[in-house]
Design a binder for this molecule. Structure first.
Ligand SMILES: *[C@@H]1O[C@H](CO)[C@@H](O)[C@H](O)[C@H]1NC(C)=O
Ligand SMILES: *[C@@H]1O[C@H](CO)[C@@H](O)[C@H](O)[C@H]1NC(C)=O
Ligand SMILES: *[C@@H]1O[C@H](CO)[C@@H](O)[C@H](O)[C@H]1NC(C)=O
Ligand SMILES: *[C@@H]1O[C@H](CO)[C@@H](O)[C@H](O)[C@H]1NC(C)=O
Ligand SMILES: CC(=O)N[C@H]1CO[C@H](CO)[C@@H](O)[C@@H]1O
Length: 410
């Protein structure tokens, strides 16, 4: 997906605090080392005999902690708490799910909290949802000090109200295991600070801020793959006010939304156009948190962009990455009629970049800004800029070139 990340769109969110899971079981991190676990003790709210909490720090991936399921089932939430016996500067944790082929107890929504005395706990340094698979999830947060580390599991990753939690191995990371925690001085608050790390269960390729202040992210038909997919999209909803992330696979619109155009319509719905299933439009309604199919575009598109114009309609242009190459003139969507209408006069030719890969890349990700009287300013990535008029059959007027600037994408 790296090629996608160069896109310029007002809707793409560059959120530095978001750290997706890293599925690298034996990763070496230049900024962190696992703290040796010798002498640590571990407690949990519950365990099944034979699956004691100590299994989570025994260095043996074949053994695991599992909450009680027989003769009685212990309900969520669950926690497991490490005592590292002295305070360290810490900056991350890694969680290896059980490796025996089972998935019961894989942790979904969770928080990581820290303490220096085992009594007073930090607000979460990390929260979110882990993906339901057996890869090790390593996440990092700002340097802080801790002797005690607590993972609280709020859901089980397979869902369906499963009550269990399990962990094969748990590690805590430090930027320098040899530094005494008393040497730690937090950076001055005048320089700002990073908030909690938000864990997403997908590798997000796109995201949009909803009218309710939540952020919808999505990847493609798989959490971490976009090639050759179709028919569905994995999404995650981050609700900052409750510090939660929920995962949802959207199948009902039969739409792989990898690399689409994204706009909020006049009703506050997030309109997602094209992408891998390149004629489809899907609409996210933040009030119901529901996805629904909207009218199909006239022209199939992927890697296009879109913008909501003054009267609330959604204009899109370009997008030869998917659904055939070339001729991707503009069209416009009306929420009132749920229909797309061609704008044959809103031609794509004047906004093409001189891309080495031709029109396949040359019409990607126009920088579109709505202006008064339903006009749209196209500021790039081509050196040439244009005014698009989306009234009637559509038209355009050249707006000159960006001074001393070349095509921003080539
Ligand atoms: C790891 O645990 C498994 C299951 O209890 C056991 O068979 C194996 O011998 C252990 N490995 C080591 C190196 O202790
Ligand atoms: C975290 O702490 C380490 C060790 O003191 C330091 O080298 C590193 O710069 C710190 N990182 C940040 C982001 O402050
Ligand atoms: C979405 O696109 C796929 C693939 O082109 C197609 O099979 C499906 O019918 C479309 N879904 C809708 C709701 O139009
Ligand atoms: C846009 O096009 C319409 C005709 O389709 C025209 O009446 C209108 O004046 C144009 N707007 C601008 C700002 O040029
Ligand atoms: C409709 C469409 O363009 N689907 C594409 C999805 O992505 C795969 C891999 O890039 C293409 O092979 C499909 O054609």
């Amino acid at each position: 997906m790296s090629s996608h990340l160069s896109r310029r769109s007002p809707w793409l969110l560059y959120l530095g605090t978001i750290q997706v899971f890293l599925s690298l079981a034996f990763a070496q991190f230049p900024w962190a080392a696992a703290i040796p676990r010798t002498g640590w003790t571990v407690t949990a709210d519950s365990f099944q005999p034979g699956n004691e909490a100590a299994n989570a720090i025994d260095g043996n991936s074949s053994t695991f902690w599992h909450t009680a399921y027989s003769p009685t089932i212990a309900p969520l939430p669950h926690y497991i708490q490490l005592d590292m016996k002295k305070s360290y500067i810490v900056n991350g944790v890694s969680y290896q799910p059980r490796q025996d082929g089972g998935s019961n107890g894989n942790i979904g929504q969770h928080t990581v909290t820290l303490s220096n005395d085992g009594t007073t706990w930090s607000s979460p340094v990390q929260f979110g949802a882990w993906l339901n698979d057996k890869t090790t999830k390593s996440t990092f947060f700002s340097n802080t000090t801790a002797r005690y580390v607590r993972i609280t599991a709020q859901t089980e990753a397979q869902g369906a109200n499963n009550p269990w939690s399990s962990i094969a191995e748990l590690n805590v990371y430090s930027p320098n295991v040899n530094l005494d925690a008393s040497t730690f001085t937090p950076p001055p608050t005048s320089q700002g600070r990073w908030e909690s790390t938000v864990v997403l269960p997908i590798v997000a390729a796109a995201g949009a801020l909803s009218a309710q202040g939540n952020v919808v992210f999505w990847s493609a038909y798989r959490p971490d793959r976009f090639d050759s997919g179709t028919g569905q999209t994995l999404t995650a909803l981050w609700t900052p006010s409750s510090q939660t992330v929920t995962q949802r696979t959207v199948t009902e619109t039969h739409h792989d939304m990898f690399c689409p155009g994204i706009s909020l319509d006049a009703n506050g719905r997030i309109i997602v156009t094209g992408g891998n299933d390149s004629k489809n439009t899907s609409a996210y309604n933040p009030a119901s948190a529901g996805w629904a199919s909207a009218g199909q575009m006239v022209i199939a598109r992927g890697y296009q962009s879109s913008v909501t114009v003054g009267d609330g309609r959604v204009f899109t242009i370009g997008g030869s990455w998917s659904g055939g190459q070339g001729g991707k003139n503009g069209e416009i969507y009306s929420s009132a009629t749920d229909k797309w209408t061609s704008l044959p006069g809103a031609v794509v030719a004047p906004m093409l970049t001189a891309d080495a890969q031709g029109v396949y890349r040359g019409d990607n990700h126009a920088w579109l800004f709505a202006y008064k009287a339903n006009s749209v300013f196209q500021a790039g990535p081509s050196k040439r800029m244009n005014w698009y008029n989306v009234s009637g059959p559509g038209s355009y007027t050249a707006a000159g070139t960006r001074a001393a600037d070349g095509d921003a994408s080539k």
